[in-house]
Design a protein around this ligand. Structure first.
Ligand SMILES: [Zn+2]
Length: 497
């Protein structure tokens, strides 16, 4: 049932009301006006049964006030007394023929009575009076859903959303419409960056530490509507297989989420803490294996080595200009910051930097993830692995190789292709470890997308001279475990000089 529950107070009448309920003016109020005000205030305060009594009293006393008719009408719709409600609204319109809200309410009554032609007529009248009346557009969309004109329904609900882009109810209606009838959509795939045929796939509803945290956060003031997050539509690009959330339906909640601080990439933080505390041996082993594979593609001594990590920006400047060797342990903060600047030029958004992202509390003070990454030594264990594995394999030629490692990061970024392009300009070798890919459900909540497996197309998308090596199978083989099915890629710049 579509109903309206908030008592009608349009601007001119609201002004009237606030004037007449102003205590200093009670002197001038007639007994009829007193009853009207009492009824509206009771309704506004949610005391419905008392409000009804007062509205009845108003009608008995022949108070010809359109607010009485429309407000009481709305309560009667809730009770299913549609014919009475209709008569009251017609009366309200007779007294106040220029109110878009009254026509809208009458339209709602007719929708409930399944008189769709009449409903459509009055809702369009409401729009004639007020072109920006989002509720009337939404109600016309509802009529079209009921009459199975889903193309039209989509048209009207998008109009409503254009007026009020953050309207959750309208977003949900749109997602229902689209799920109901569309097989494929033409959308700009966030990975391909081109208009593609996409189809709807299941949203990933699995809960993890991240979503748990999110839900507990949502109980606090300024809360995130978790329902809103979990009802987002998810698409799959039929060209590259990448999966992503509907840009129209996702951004406001996703933005809230990404700026939420402590919940930002919570799972990743947990993993890295485990590494730091040496609790997560399998992760260390994984990184060891990755660098073992990667070293086969590194021809010369490493100049700068940087890491971009899930959950946040981690970085290490590896090259010691005096000894001309990698000395990861002794790198100064200043050197790390220099390397940070290099990474900042790859992807300047707040997401990757975790600028607003708080990591952990020490004595009541939150440090940002970025600060942590640079100063805390959180990556010490990874640094150690890198230096031993890589130094063994380095070919001592005079040319230096600059390496960047994207560790489970790419699917957090707003424009992965762009970030890789920038990386190719600044580094010679790009190591990419990606999260597991699930073809049947969309990305998990903390990821913007699941990047597809069509690596043959990356060359064209990148448009820069490079070789792309898919080393996922080698990674799986070395893991000797079916569980580990992360994806590993190496992109090697083709030096032109
Ligand atoms: Zn695509």
């Amino acid at each position: 049932m579509t109903t309206f529950t908030i008592p009608y107070l349009n601007r001119e009448l609201k002004d009237n009301l606030s004037f007449s309920i102003n205590p200093t003016n009670t002197f001038h109020i007639t007994p009829k006006e007193q009853i009207i005000n009492k009824a509206i205030i009771l309704h506004y305060e949610g005391n419905i049964s008392e409000a009804k009594n007062y509205y009845e009293l108003c009608i008995k006393k022949r108070c010809n006030d359109p607010r009485i008719f429309s407000n009481y009408g709305s309560l009667l719709i809730d009770d299913g007394k549609l014919i009475e409600a209709e008569l009251l609204l017609l009366k309200a319109i007779e007294l106040h023929p220029d109110s878009a809200a009254f026509y809208n309410q009458l339209g709602i009554i007719y929708i409930n009575e399944k008189k769709f032609r009449e409903a459509n007529y009055y809702l369009k009248k409401a729009i004639e009076i007020n072109l920006h009346f989002e509720d009337a557009y939404k109600n016309i969309a509802i009529i079209n859903i009921k009459e199975k004109n889903l193309d039209k329904a989509e048209y009207y609900i998008r109009k409503a959303l254009k007026i009020n882009p953050k309207w959750i109810e309208a977003k949900l209606i749109l997602s229902q419409i689209l799920l109901g009838y569309k097989q494929s959509f033409n959308l700009v795939c966030p990975f391909c960056r081109e208009s593609r045929d996409c189809r709807i796939i299941k949203t990933n509803l699995s809960k993890n530490k991240f979503t748990d945290k999110l839900i507990s956060e949502s109980r606090k003031p300024n809360k995130i509507n978790t329902n809103d997050l979990f009802t987002r539509l998810c698409y799959s690009c039929l060209f590259c297989g990448s999966q992503f959330y509907d840009p129209m339906l996702s951004d406001n909640s996703l933005d809230i989420l990404y700026n939420k601080g402590i919940v930002h990439h919570n799972v990743g933080w947990y993993n890295y803490k485990s590494i730091k505390e040496k609790k997560n041996q399998s992760n260390q082993r994984q990184i060891n294996i990755i660098f073992n594979i990667a070293s086969n593609y590194i021809d010369s001594k490493i100049g700068i080595y940087s890491e971009v990590n899930c959950p946040f920006q981690g970085l290490i400047n590896a090259y010691d200009p005096i000894s001309k060797e990698i000395k990861l342990k002794s790198v100064s903060s200043l050197e790390k910051i220099k390397s940070a600047e290099r990474i900042l030029s790859i992807e300047p958004s707040k997401e990757i930097w975790g600028m607003g992202c708080k990591s952990e509390e020490t004595k009541g003070i939150y440090k940002s993830c970025r600060q942590q990454a640079i100063y805390s030594g959180l990556f010490q264990s990874i640094q150690n692995i890198n230096s031993t594995v890589l130094l063994e394999k380095i070919n001592l030629s005079s040319t230096l190789t600059n390496v960047i490692f994207y560790a489970n990061t790419l699917d957090h970024l707003p424009n992965p292709i762009n970030s890789i392009k920038n990386s190719i300009k600044l580094f010679d070798i790009i190591i990419i470890l990606m999260h597991k890919y699930n073809s049947t459900v969309g990305p998990t909540m903390q990821h913007r997308m699941q990047i597809g497996n069509l690596y043959q197309n990356w060359n064209k998308l990148l448009g820069l001279p490079c070789n792309i090596y898919d080393l996922s199978n080698e990674l799986k083989r070395k893991h000797k475990s079916k569980k580990e099915d992360d994806r590993l890629l190496i992109i090697k710049k083709i030096k032109t000089h």
